[in-house]
Design a protein around this ligand. Structure first.
Ligand code: UTP
Length: 297
């Protein structure tokens, strides 16, 4: 059983309608948390987990993503000339080795499962990670690294999971838990966006996965599911029916749903407060806002 994971798929072909009009011309993944685009957080997390091959599933209008990872010799030269080593270092951290990134087009936004399937030829017959860049996770040890370590023990397929309020289960894929072993749970089934009263638990799947290549074979025959989309959840659930192990992993860290406006704003505040150069100013401002709010009441 191969448990070493070196390839990751980044599905970035969605329309990002919740951020219109911004996403009319700017890919959602290029939107900035403090001073780094969402995609940079995802790439850094993958690198720290040992990923060496990065596969982007893109769509029309996502050219800015490709440009972002390109080298920028003129800018670098200018920063060198102006003696700005810190900025130069920040810029160089975005450079990727030649051949490390591949781009595949999803021609129609048919769903996350379909986006992952589009990358099947680049994955071949080995386990792979899937990272959704709009789920940003603040953690001491990066979430995917935690999962890669757990996966070395379990094999099979693994999804990142977190407890959500029961009434929110209809926004997530939800796990039907077989055995709860603490950070790890084994899974009997998975349901995409169940109505709250039908959800088998309140343990929800979020945007980090390590999947067996067999999931790609399952996707060959998966039909449209919840929301009329081809769901990755359904292809993972099919693994359980074939008696292949599927696990949920309760990661340690805080997840921000940067695909939603409120989650994005919360992440901006949290990541701003985590920065030495911004904390005092931002904290002072937030205190003023709260005090003024209380006075107004
Ligand atoms: P979302 O459900 O957030 O959809 O996709 P979206 O299109 O990005 O955003 P909204 O809902 O219209 O605002 C979750 C992830 O799956 C990818 C998205 O790019 C995002 O990373 N995805 C979704 C695809 O790559 N292709 C699809 O067909 C659907």
């Amino acid at each position: 059983m191969q448990t070493k994971v070196t390839k990751a798929i980044f599905p970035v072909a969605g329309l990002g309608t919740r951020f219109l009009p911004a996403t009319k011309s700017v890919p959602k993944e290029i939107m900035t948390l403090v001073d780094r685009p969402l995609i940079q957080y995802a790439i850094d997390e993958a690198r720290e987990a040992g990923i060496t091959e990065f596969i982007f599933v893109t769509s029309r209008g996502k050219g800015a993503l490709e440009d972002y990872f390109d080298h920028s010799p003129t800018l670098e030269q200018e920063l060198r000339r102006k003696n700005k080593p810190d900025l130069l270092e920040a810029l160089e951290a975005t450079n990727m080795d030649s051949g490390a990134i591949a781009y595949i087009r999803q021609h129609k936004a048919l769903g996350l499962g379909h986006a992952v399937w589009c990358a099947r030829r680049l994955i071949g017959d080995e386990p792979f990670a899937v990272i959704l860049p709009d789920d940003v996770i603040a953690a001491e040890k990066p979430c995917l690294k935690q999962m890669v370590e757990a996966y070395a023990e379990t094999g099979g397929s693994m999804v990142a999971a977190m407890e959500v309020p029961q009434e929110k289960t209809s926004s997530y894929g939800v796990l039907d838990v077989r055995e709860d072993m603490g950070s790890l749970v084994s899974v009997n089934g998975m349901v995409e966006k169940p109505p709250a009263d039908k959800a088998p638990s309140n343990l929800a799947v979020i945007g980090r996965y390590i999947l067996s290549p067999n999931v790609l074979k399952n996707l060959n025959s998966i039909k449209e599911g919840a929301g009329g989309e081809i769901q990755l959840t359904d292809a993972i659930a099919a693994e359980i029916a074939q008696n292949n192990g599927v696990y949920g992993y309760r990661f340690r860290g805080q997840r921000f749903d940067c695909g939603s406006k409120s989650g994005f704003l919360q992440a901006t505040v949290a990541f701003g407060l985590a920065r030495d150069d911004l904390r005092d100013d931002l904290f002072g401002y937030l205190q003023d806002v709260v005090t003024m709010g209380q006075a107004a009441e």
